[in-house]
Design a protein around this ligand. Sequence first.
Ligand code: ADP
Length: 190
Amino acid sequence: MNIILFGPPGAGKGTQAEILVEKHGIVQLSTGDMLRAAVAAGTELGQKAKSVMDAGQLVDDDLIIGIISDRIDEADCKNGFILDGFPRTVAQAEGLDKMLVEKGLKLDKIIEIVVDEKILFDRIETRAQATPEAQRRADDNAETLKKRLSVYHAQTAPVLPYYAAKGVLNKVDGMKSIDDVANQIAGYLK
Ligand code: ADP
């Protein structure tokens, strides 16, 4: 089963992805996590990505498409994968379609987690406060969140009509409890 989890920063994509990993034995492919790992390891990619990420901007489309394409080819993806944080632009969605055709794969479901953005600020603040400073994400603060949300509206939200037109988009109410959101998602995956 191949799924995309879609939603603005702080919508709970990572939390729901973990639940799906447990339940379906598929892997979570978070481009944010991959980039943070590259930054932590100090690779060339990490060095390129760090300042872009800290500013709340998006890393280059072709770079991200290449990373995902290579990752999907790894053996642990053969039962399926959850894309979390990708595609984030229409160009990435087009790149994904092309690579899936080339690999003989298809997407089963796209789940949009719909949230109230005012409440997102509180969530991000809580997440930042609950995490020791040394482990805190450099982009987890109210100022960068504003930037990340505006980037989401300008560059990522336009991906939604792209999938809606294909008839594969499903919405869940992300303001409910974690379990409730998980149940809504499960309802679409039956
Ligand atoms: P969030 O929790 O805000 O959804 P992520 O962990 O998915 O954030 O991503 C953090 C940052 O990594 C983004 O703000 C962006 O700079 C970069 N990034 C992650 N995924 C992508 C992508 N698909 N395309 C471009 N940049 C990305």
